[in-house]
Design a protein around this ligand. Structure first.
Ligand SMILES: [Zn+2]
Length: 495
């Protein structure tokens, strides 16, 4: 959902997973049973549950936009280092105007402006959804506005951005990140700037020159390698004390912007799949930006056809699509009736992002059966759906998907913008939907099973996850000691 293209990003990282600590000897009874009982006790203390779930091995985060994964504090720091300015009323980071315009009091250097602590706090609020209710703005509008507000500070910072995402993942025992970013997408869109839409997609494709697409891809691939090197250097991956984030495997999804003119969206999709075909570090394609945008709504079916057509450039690439990230009132009811179905039936999506409006679609029972039959995973972003759509608790279809046998995984969407992390989303899911330990393990495993990795890589990561989970279960009793007395009393009374 981030609406801002970011510079070249991410990469494949050697799978250098730390060996698990040697486990203590197993006690009487099976460790999984013990963990399942302990897990029920932990629900009485969300604080301890959080610590437990943070330490728990979590397979991957399959829905995370790199620019939205960065916290506002990092963007402010980079803005200071880069000598950027801030518009004091709109709270947008921008290049400082020429000296001749210095009389423009609405714009100040970020370094000067944030000496005022109250301004600093307001700026962090503006670059995220923190405290958004205080400002009389909807969560939807505040969320999407942040990407333009911090965009200037993201320039040239892809290495740091990646390092931040990897560091946070490593600290939460996450093995895998599939990050969405837009490397080369601006250039790809420009290839179609003068093109008119043509429903004959083969004819439209013929107007995009392979040589120019491949030149962009070559530049992107070199940029990705540099970003990877920079991130690993920041994390000390080649030092005797590497950050745990060095062990996180990272892959990239190329994201096209659904709010652009249709020929440019088409060019981005073609480029995205072509890049995925050329570079194993790019494992799939997604369509992003607000699904409720008038252009996105108008062109929705066109985009689905474009995805299906463009995917021929890389038959093995994954297709994950934001679809059904809508709710009644945000758009007319007619727009709620077909997005998820078309994403699967027309575009051939392997995964659906959000899928929040599934029960508003035509024949939702048949649609759920279709998703289950085709084994299409739905990426569940609980906090994002709450803030952007106001859909929470039983109004969210997460339990409906589960009951229908549709695979799901928990993801963050934009952990920096939303001021969360993946652990937070696990805690929220457990407490809102009373998930069991077995449910949580399944969600963790799903986030690798449905990754867009080649099968051997996926098998390796799943094996590593299972080893870490087994070790975690053997050591999980230590969390019992953290439970406050009230929880312990309740636990004993229930036995
Ligand atoms: Zn998203």
């Amino acid at each position: 959902m981030s609406s801002l293209p970011v510079r070249p990003v991410v990469l494949a990282f050697a799978l250098a997973l730390a060996a698990c600590q040697s486990p203590p000897p197993a006690g009487p009874g099976s460790a999984p049973d013990h963990t399942a009982l302990l897990f029920e006790d932990l629900k009485a203390s969300p604080a301890v549950l959080q610590a437990f779930l943070r330490a728990m091995p979590k397979g991957g985060d399959l829905h995370s936009h790199l620019s939205g994964a960065v916290y506002a504090e990092s963007y402010v720091q980079w803005a200071i280092e880069d000598g950027l300015c801030v518009h004091r009323e709109r709270l947008v980071l921008l290049d400082c105007p020429p000296a001749a315009d210095a009389a423009n009091v609405a714009v100040r250097s970020v370094a000067d402006a944030v000496r005022d602590r109250r301004f600093y706090d307001r700026l962090v609020d503006a670059l995220s959804t923190r405290n958004y209710r205080l400002y009389g703005r909807s969560g939807h509008d505040q969320f999407f506005a942040t990407f333009a507000a911090f965009g200037a500070a993201a320039r040239g910072r892809s290495g740091e951005m990646l390092a931040e995402a990897m560091r946070r993942a490593g600290a939460q025992n996450i093995l895998y990140l599939e990050l969405m970013a837009s490397p080369g997408m601006g250039e790809a869109a420009r290839l179609a700037a003068d093109l008119d839409w043509d429903d004959d997609l083969a004819r439209l494709r013929a107007r995009l020159e392979d040589a120019r697409l491949d030149a962009i891809a070559a530049a992107v691939r070199a940029g990705l390698s540099e970003v990877e090197r920079e991130a690993r250097a920041l994390l000390g991956c080649e030092t005797p004390a590497p950050d745990p984030g060095c062990g996180v495997t990272v892959r990239l999804l190329a994201q096209a912007l659904r709010t652009l003119p249709a020929p440019e969206v088409f060019a981005q999709l073609v480029f995205g799949f072509r890049l995925a075909h050329a570079d194993a570090r790019v494992v799939g394609v997604n369509l992003v930006a607000p699904e409720d945008d008038p252009v996105a709504l108008r062109d929705y079916t066109r985009h689905m056809r474009a995805v299906a057509f463009a995917s021929r450039e890389a038959p093995n690439a994954g297709i994950a699509l934001h679809a059904g990230e809508l709710t009644l009132g945000l758009v007319p009811p007619e727009a709620l009736r077909f997005h998820i179905r078309e994403a699967v039936e027309i575009a051939g999506a392997h995964r659906i992002g959000h899928g929040t409006d599934v029960l508003y679609e035509d024949d939702p029972r048949a649609l759920l059966e279709l998703l289950a039959r085709r084994d299409v995973l739905v990426e569940i972003n609980l906090t994002s759906s709450d803030v952007i759509l106001g859909v929470t608790g039983d109004a969210h279809p997460f339990p409906v998907y589960r009951a229908a046998g549709v695979p799901t995984a928990l993801s963050t969407d934009d952990e920096g913008v939303s001021r969360i992390d993946l652990t937070h989303e696990y805690v929220r899911a457990v407490l809102t939907y009373d998930l069991s330990w077995a449910d949580v393990v399944e969600l963790s495993r799903n986030s690798l099973r449905y990754a867009f990795l080649p099968e051997p890589d996926k098998t390796d990561l799943l094996g590593e996850l299972d080893r870490r989970l087994a070790a975690f279960e053997r050591a999980a009793r230590s969390f019992q000691d953290l439970l406050p007395p009230a929880s312990a009393a309740a636990r004993n009374a229930s036995k």
